[in-house]
Write a protein that binds this ligand. Structure first.
Ligand code: NG6
Ligand code: CA
Length: 501
């Protein structure tokens, strides 16, 4: 009897010890989430006219994926899926205005709250665009619910996008630098008094815009939405990358003795593209190239501060983007005209907004010197899977019912296999589905909205079924659905199943 108790005790102690070790060696996790960066926009994927040495270094010392996807070809839906492990269509998640309510339910487990439960310190720095509050927002007090209520211990946010009001940062859900004697009001739809409007004062503009970005002029840029007050708190677009990098670095520094998760959500590449003078003309591609260089500098800041803190070796950095590239997206910054030989989408067809591959096929790198061997991987992967994958990595069981669409592909994300998903959903304004080399696009009998057709973008809505063989036809130019009724049938069935569940 005595020996049994003794050996039980020994087992318990041994288990506590090994669990302790396992937890200590869990890596820090950083997701560097770039906005509107295309597959071909980084050096290792063939960029010309622009250099991205810091991103390339991550790729060369890590794993560069050739078939990894955001879950959608626009921002809010992709971010929603990344943080919830759930497809955006299940919650009708679409591009949000700057005063929209939070679309993540604070009662559900999320990627950051799951990591929190596993002992991580969690932070988000940068673009949010998932809504805030519950209805009409009072920007002059703490705005909630927000990042804190869905699992981030720390937040420093651009609330929506750079082209939407309010043009202020929120730190832990309070406007930074607000003078309460000059309170902020924001409105979408109904005009309010406040900053002059682009449509009435074109002489105040640094960049001219389309009819949709004619609201409040702030820092010479007219935005979507109206705004009044908060003069002291306004951001300066040219300073944003420096502000965000400094906040990300101090988050790393503040948490270097714990394990941490940082969601670093850069805004560069998204319009308005107003590079800091340090980066102006650093490419031969005009403003769009300059902000790619700026983004690359921000990536370098992160690796530098990890190196300094001696954390680079055991930090998993995932570098990727929320949706495909777009040239002029409203602001006439002459991105198209100066783009030259550079192919933002690499060899793929489509852009941001599009159901063709370039809408969701993202530049994607996993860097973790301690565990990941340098190389490339052709595994078919989706960002919606990071939730289940990271949970497995740290040996944590996710909540029942949480992350319903997230599949665990840890081996593929670590480069131990090239086998990823069997099927992969691509959300756009219609749906695409991948199965190995096959790409199926659901027919959609709908007019392209005017704001989209104005951009000369073909989002891929067609009345007929589209099926492409990406092995022979990576640029999706040859619709072969009539030749392969059997494949179409399998994919239609699978698509119906995903959409129904
Ligand atoms: C669109 C805007 C576009 C951009 C996008 C959001 C119009 C016509 N277009 O609605 O300029 O702001 O939203 O981009 O308003 S995203 O990367 O955040 O999805
Ligand atoms: Ca985006």
């Amino acid at each position: 009897m005595k020996t049994i108790t003794k050996s039980l005790l020994f087992i318990v102690v041994f288990m506590m010890y090994t669990v302790g070790i396992a937890q200590k060696s869990d890596p820090n996790i950083i997701i560097i989430y770039v906005d509107d960066l295309g597959y071909g926009d980084i050096g290792v994927n063939g960029a010309v006219g622009i250099k991205t040495p810091h991103v390339d270094a991550l790729a060369k010392n890590g794993l560069n994926f050739t078939d990894a996807h955001s879950s959608s070809s626009t921002c809010t839906p992709s971010r929603y899926s990344l943080l919830t492990g759930s497809y955006a269509f299940r919650n009708n998640a679409a591009i949000l205005e700057g005063d929209a309510p939070l679309i993540i339910d604070p009662n559900q487990e999320t990627l950051p709250s799951m990591l929190q439960k596993a002992g991580y310190k969690t932070g988000v720095v940068g673009k949010w665009h998932l809504g805030l509050g519950r209805g009409k927002i009072d920007w002059n007090r703490r705005v909630a619910p927000g990042p804190k209520e869905v699992g981030f211990d720390y937040s420093f946010l651009i609330p929506a996008t750079g082209d939407r009001t309010p043009c202020v940062f929120l730190e832990n859900q309070e406007v930074v630098g607000l003078d309460l004697a000059d309170p902020i009001t924001v409105s979408y739809g109904t005009r309010i008094d406040g900053y002059p409007l682009g449509r009435e004062h074109p002489e105040l503009l640094k960049q001219h815009t389309d009819p949709y970005h004619q609201g409040a002029i702030i820092n010479g840029i007219s935005r979507i939405g109206y705004m009044n007050g908060g003069k002291e708190a306004l951001w300066v677009d040219e300073e944003i990358p420096f502000v965000l990098s400094a906040k990300a670095n101090s988050f790393i520094d503040d948490n270097k003795d714990d394990k941490f998760f940082l969601y670093f959500s850069l805004h560069d590449i998204h319009q308005p593209r107003i590079a800091n003078i340090k980066f102006v003309e650093s490419s031969t591609m005009g403003p769009r190239g300059d902000v790619i260089a700026q983004m690359d500098w921000c990536v370098g800041q992160i690796t530098e501060s990890l190196k300094k803190a001696n954390l680079l070796d055991n930090t998993l950095i995932i570098f990727t983007s929320d949706n495909g590239p777009i040239l002029d997206d409203g602001y006439l910054d002459y991105a198209i005209e100066l783009v030259g030989d550079h192919k933002p989408a690499g060899p793929f067809r489509g852009t941001k907004y599009s159901v063709y591959e370039a809408g969701t096929r993202m530049p994607t790198i996993a860097h973790w010197p301690k565990r990941i061997k340098p190389g490339t991987s052709s595994a078919l992967l989706s960002q919606v899977d990071l939730y289940a994958t990271l949970a497995d990595l740290i040996n944590h069981k996710i909540d029942k019912g949480a992350a319903p669409d997230s599949e665990n592909h840890l081996q593929a994300w670590l480069g131990e296999t090239n086998k990823g998903r069997e099927f992969l959903l691509e959300e756009a304004y219609t749906f695409g589905l991948r199965m190995g080399k096959w790409k199926y696009i659901q027919p959609k009998d709908q007019q392209i909205p005017k704001w989209l057709s104005d951009k000369f973008v073909d989002p891929g809505f067609k009345k007929e079924i589209q099926l492409f063989n990406l092995e022979e036809d990576p640029s999706e130019s040859n619709n072969v659905y009539e030749k392969h009724p059997d494949i179409v049938k399998i994919m239609e069935k699978k698509m119906a199943k995903i959409l129904k569940n």
